[in-house]
Every structure is written in C-alpha cells, then in structure tokens.
Design a protein around this ligand. Structure first.
Ligand code: NAD
Length: 337
C-alpha cells in the first residue's frame, strides 16, 4: 500500500495543496523544492511553513538539476510513489527565458525519472499541461488526439517529458501517469497567472490587460478539485496491455504502462465572465484594457475529462463563480492583513 510519497514542487501552488490532502489522509510526504525566484519566494515559504506543521511532512530545499542531492534524498526516503510537480511553469515567461524551461523541465524531469527507475517506485505521476494541445482546434481536447503542434518552448518541454516518460515506462516497466492540467486557480495561487493579476488589479483600482479583446476561453480548474483528482489517480496504476489492446477512449500506451490524463473542469469559460465573477466577489468594477493576442498564446482551452471520470469515478465540478469567491476571500485575507 502506498504510504510514502515524494512530491516535487511542494512550495508551489499545486504541490502545496496536494501535500495537504495527502497528509490529512495520513501519508508521509517528503517535499522537494528549489524555491526558485520566478515569483514571490515569501509565498512559497509560507506554504512550506504551513505544511511543516504536520509531523508527517519534511522538506528539502534543492534544485532538480542537482542530481546527486536528488538521488541521495530519494534513496534515503525510499518513496512508494513520486509525484513530480516542480518545474518552470508559465507560458509567457518562456518567450523571455526559454533556457530555464529546458533546465528545469527536461533535465530536471529526467533526473526524477532516473531516481524513480532506480528505486523501482510503484507509480510515477508527473505534470504536463493543456498547452501541449497547442494549435489543435478540435474541442474539447481529448488525450487520444494527436498533440504535435506546440506553440511555445514551455509546451514543447512538457511534450518532451511526455515522450521521455513513455520511453522509460516502456524500457523499465515503470508505471507512469502524465497529467495535462487546465488553468488551475484558487487559494494560495500563483501571482504570475491571470486570476491573481485580475484580482490584484481590481482591488487596487488599476486597469487590467484583457488579451485578444476578450475573445479568450479557458477551462478554469479549481485547485482543490485538481488535487482530489491527482490523489485518486495515484491508485490507478497503469499496466502494460497484454497484447497491445487498449480499451476504446483510453490513452494507455499499447506498449508501456503509461497513460496521459486531462484534469480539467470540462467547461469552457469566457475570460470576461471570469472577470465579472471577480468583480462580484470583490464588490468593485474592473477597468478593462483590451489588448491584442499575445505571442504563443491560444484563444481557447477546453478539456474532455471523461477519461479521468472513467478511471476514478470523479469529475472536477466547482463552478467558477464559487471558486472565484473562495479565491478572492483568500486573497484579501492574505494580502490585506
Ligand atoms: N497551475 C497551472 O495552471 C498549471 C497548468 C498546467 C501545468 N502546470 C504544471 O503543474 C506543475 C505545478 O504548477 P504550479 O502551478 O504549482 O507551479 P509553481 O510554480 O507554483 O510550483 C512549481 C514549484 O517548483 C519549484 N521549482 C521550479 N523549478 C525548479 C527546479 N529546477 N528545481 C527544484 N524546484 C523547482 C518552484 O520553486 C515552485 O515552488 C508545473 O510543472 C506546471 O508546469 C500548472
């Protein structure tokens, strides 16, 4: 039975929430995070401080690229499962500093895969992104569709990790699940992401930039729903199909214990409706600054989450108005005190 989980990226948004629910269930969690300064390190430290209140949690501050350290930490802890969430996130920053993505996401992920292979962990689960769907226009996005048209280096590095992970799953019989996350938001969220920037601008009475003149759609996923889905997927260990036969609609590889799973709300929300929900919760009007589309951005994302539901019986379903209200409440509590 899974008891010990190594999570990379526990000072980050998703890793923090995942560690919280696993600790509440009685798992022993080791967090590995390099505390990079891509955004406010104080927020990352606050997340770790909260996790450290639970005796089941311990943390190591180190980079994924530091292979020796990662190996040593993993060898000592001997995890049953590894959930790899650390990485260089953000679509826009990847135009500015593409190399950070290659280092963290390609080299860093390879180091995690090597540790997982050596320790023969029961299940390796890693974060990819809806951005791998790139220029696909057929919606909602389904895992079994081709995803070969990445539009940014961020997306390309995540797609590379999917390919690398498939090879390791095949070669070493390493059960691996890749998540494709769709725009995650909620309390303790990331300051570089649109929901955070919107709330910040609205509360401060500053104009907020709305790209593509508001013709933008996102499948906003409430963070607590997302980590619930991850928790359930930990127990859904992919198995190599015996004679290459894969059930209809499953993204399972015909030759490896490897699967890709969308985690999204399966709801396409117009950005302007999301902004309106923030206005309502904040009790203030936004000053809208309409802009053209940004380079590398896509006008819409929308998840088909039926595979997740089939595998786990669970489907994220927090309505965005409800999720936004909780986010704004947290924001005020955190920043206005
Ligand atoms: N939040 C989203 O909407 C979203 C969407 C799609 C995919 N993802 C992916 O999910 C994962 C988690 O995202 P998040 O929103 O929690 O991001 P985050 O930036 O809040 O968390 C990532 C954590 O990884 C750490 N980190 C970064 N590079 C590192 C390195 N080289 N070595 C060690 N630690 C390092 C950071 O310090 C940070 O605490 C990421 O891989 C991201 O690309 C997130």
């Amino acid at each position: 039975m899974t008891r010990k989980v190594l999570i990379t990226g526990t000072a980050g948004f998703v890793g923090f929430h995942l560690a919280r629910i696993l600790l509440a269930e009685g798992f022993t969690v080791l967090g590995y995070d390099g505390m990079t300064d891509y955004y406010d390190v104080a927020l990352k430290r606050r997340r770790h401080t909260m996790l450290l209140q639970n005796p089941g949690f311990s943390a190591v501050e180190a980079m994924l690229e530091d292979r020796e350290r990662l190996d040593k930490v993993a060898d000592e802890f001997r995890p049953d499962v590894i959930v790899h969430l650390a990485g260089q996130a953000g679509v826009r920053y990847s135009l500015e500093n593409p190399r950070a993505y290659l280092d963290a996401n390609v080299i860093g992920t390879f180091n995690v895969m090597e540790a997982a292979r050596r320790l023969e962990v029961g299940h390796l689960l890693m974060a990819s992104t809806s951005s791998v769907y790139g220029a696909n226009t057929e919606m909602p996005f389904v895992e079994t569709e081709k995803a070969d048209t990445q539009l940014t280096i961020y997306a390309a590095t995540k797609k590379a990790t999917e390919s690398m992970a498939h090879a390791y799953a095949h070669l070493w019989n390493l059960p691996t699940t890749m998540f494709r996350f769709f725009t995650v938001y909620g309390p303790w969220g990331r300051p570089d992401m649109a929901p955070h920037k919107f709330v910040d601008a609205i509360l401060a009475g500053r104009p907020l930039d709305i790209y593509n003149h508001g013709e933008m759609y996102r499948d906003f996923t409430y963070v607590e729903d997302l980590v619930r889905a991850i928790r359930l997927l930990i127990d859904v260990v992919p198995e190599r199909p015996e004679n290459g036969e894969v059930p209809e609609g499953d993204s399972l590889s015909p030759v490896a214990p490897y699967r890709v799973v969308n985690i999204g709300n399966s709801d396409k929300v117009k950005l302007l409706d999301f902004v309106e929900a923030i206005e309502e919760s904040a009790g203030r009007k936004a000053i809208r600054n309409y802009m053209d589309m940004q380079m590398g951005d896509v006008p819409a994302t929308w998840a088909d989450a039926s595979l997740l539901e089939r595998l786990t019986g669970y489907r994220p379903q927090t309505d965005f108005r409800q999720g936004v209200a909780r986010f704004v409440e947290w924001y005020r509590d955190y920043f206005e005190k």
